[in-house]
Design a protein around this ligand. Structure first.
Ligand SMILES: Cc1cc2nc3c(=O)[nH]c(=O)nc-3n(C[C@H](O)[C@H](O)[C@H](O)COP(=O)(O)OP(=O)(O)OC[C@H]3O[C@@H](n4cnc5c(N)ncnc54)[C@H](O)[C@@H]3O)c2cc1C
Length: 511
């Protein structure tokens, strides 16, 4: 294997290129390996996708990216989780956090049964983790003295997707030796076995390779068009199929920046609200079977309030689902070419990272062993898509809202995946824990995420106090540690916007 050709230069293409090139840097320097990225100069990138996961810190660090530069060049801010508003009852006080920190002492003890046995006077999130209160107070997850990529409270980023891909491109071509070919792919040349021999471009002729990565976005030029791998829709489970996106300026350049995504339930979908230093990125994701585009746009403008009446709104049709398999012959799909699910938990870029890491680390030495790696890749990737579908659906099945057909249809048992149904039955009697993670490496959503959503939305697991009696003193100690950590963070952490400005001015200590 000498040449990897990535087609597509959005977030998926450049992240994949960077992860592979960083992993094989010595071979690239020795002239034994090459990463080529072919990107159309005419087809724009999708340019949305502003919420990420903490995994991105490790990914960027391994690629040798400076975190300070990320803040300076991508209009980045910190993300400490998501606040879900109006999902359970739709009442004025209906909100909960899914933070990025694990519950206190998570590796030692499951605090959920203890919280349940106490009757849940404090919200689950506040009882086990400081991050909800850190977000409420508008604080950053670290200080200017915390080194790049290190955290006081676990964090990811919100960033300008339109700036992120070109930022990665500069790093990949300038530092990691990726060859950039700006050209439109017009056709795909295949051998008799179905392998891709080359992509044929309009501006740069034939680009040959050993492995091809399809990062062409929704068009899925290689995996869908050339290799005809079917698309498996899941719109029978997740109904949203349209997004309206808008960029909302701040009234005041010093306005607070939320360090969490705000996700507010609507009559037939939900609105994301992401704070960047220079603007907010806001969008309405909805089911066109349940609301018209015009009514959805009205709900969006109403949410934004004064000052939003004339802002241009961009409409994006989305198709929930994924490829039946992701790696076929010598072609593997990453990013939107592999599939898409509504961005309720910002789970697309993390899948790109996980896929790129697997390709980089398991790079087949020869074509002869590629099918073995492909089988492994397909197995784990299919599993991950399934788990994400389950987790997204969890937000809908726990709702008590019955005010519109959208919410009523979402709790129809016929729309609930069997595995999720089984887990909900089990969780009525035992709280989610490591056994629910099926022993996978790099599980997308840990048991903690299920706990935050379940108990945030009012689900209750029956607890027999006798079962946890032996753990009470450890549980009390962990709760006290959490209270102390909450108090310390409240006094030590800076205001979110202030930290970003200081990072831009002085930089973080590099690693
Ligand atoms: C409404 C919405 C909200 C989202 N929010 C989030 C979020 O919060 N978090 C998250 O993780 N993800 C989110 N996503 C998903 C995220 O935007 C994508 O996963 C991510 O941007 C990767 O896109 P991509 O690189 O696969 O595709 P694109 O950005 O579409 O890039 C496709 C590339 O292929 C190239 N190309 C196409 N045709 C050709 C051709 N013939 N020849 C050569 N090149 C070609 C294009 O030029 C482009 O460079 C969201 C998506 C949508 C639609």
């Amino acid at each position: 294997m000498q040449t990897v050709v990535i087609v597509g230069g959005g977030t998926a293409g450049w992240l994949t290129a960077g992860v592979i090139a960083a992993r094989h840097k010595a071979r690239i320097a020795a002239g034994q390996f090459e990463v080529v990225l072919v990107e159309s100069p005419n087809v724009p990138i999708i340019g949305v996708g502003e919420g990420t996961w903490p995994t991105l810190r490790t990914t960027l660090r391994k690629m040798g990216v400076s975190e300070t530069d990320l803040f300076r060049e991508c209009d980045a801010a910190f993300k400490q989780g998501a606040r879900f508003v109006g999902w359970t009852t739709g009442a004025a006080d209906d909100a909960y956090y899914h933070p990025l920190m694990l519950p206190q002492g998570f590796a030692q003890l499951n605090l959920a049964p203890h919280w349940l046995a106490e009757g849940g006077a404090t919200s689950f999130c506040d009882a086990v983790c400081p991050q909800g209160q850190v977000c409420d107070a508008g604080l950053a997850p670290k200080t200017i003295a915390t080194a790049e990529y290190e955290a006081v409270a676990n964090y990811a980023y919100h960033l300008d997707a339109g700036k992120f891909a070109p930022f990665l491109q500069r790093h990949c071509t300038g530092t990691l030796g990726v060859r950039h070919v700006p050209a439109d792919v017009r056709s795909v040349e295949q051998t008799e076995s179905g392998d891709i021999a080359a992509v044929v471009t309009e501006q740069a002729g034939r680009v040959a390779g050993d492995l091809f990565v399809d990062c062409t976005g929704f068009s899925a030029l290689l995996i869908g068009e050339a290799l005809a791998v079917p698309f498996v829709p899941c719109d029978d489970v997740l109904f949203c199929d349209t997004a309206l996106a808008v960029q909302m300026p701040y009234d005041d350049p010093d306005a607070p920046i939320a360090s969490h995504t705000i996700s507010t339930a609507q009559s037939a979908g939900w609105i994301w609200d992401i704070g960047l230093p220079t603007r907010r990125g806001v969008g309405h994701v909805f089911s066109s079977r349940h609301i018209t585009d015009e009514a959805a746009e009205r709900e969006l403008r109403q949410y934004l309030g004064a000052g939003a009446a004339d802002l241009p709104v961009r409409k994006i049709r989305i198709r929930s689902g994924h490829r039946a398999r992701f790696w076929k012959n010598n072609c593997v799909a990453v990013g939107l070419a592999a599939g898409f699910l509504e961005p309720l938990e910002a789970s697309a870029i993390v899948l790109v990272e996980l896929s790129a890491k697997l390709i980089a680390e398991q790079m087949p030495a020869t074509r002869g062993v590629m099918d073995i790696v492909a089988r492994r890749f397909n197995d784990v990737t299919l599993y991950r898509w399934g788990r994400i579908i389950d987790f997204l659906k969890l937000h809908y099945v726990l709702t008590k809202r019955r005010d519109t057909a959208f919410w009523r249809d979402n709790v129809d048992p016929a729309t609930i995946p069997a595995r999720l149904n089984d887990l909900l039955k089990l969780w009525a009697h035992q709280s989610p824990w490591f056994y629910d993670e099926f022993d996978r490496l790099e599980e997308v959503f840990p048991a903690a995420s299920y706990q935050y959503v379940l108990y945030g939305m009012g689900f209750r697991t029956a607890v027999n106090p006798l079962d946890i009696a032996g753990e009470t003193s450890l549980a009390h100690r962990l709760r006290r540690e959490n209270d102390t950590a909450t108090g310390t963070m409240a006094t030590k952490l800076p205001r979110h916007r202030d930290l970003i400005e200081r990072i831009k001015a002085y930089g973080l200590q590099p690693v």
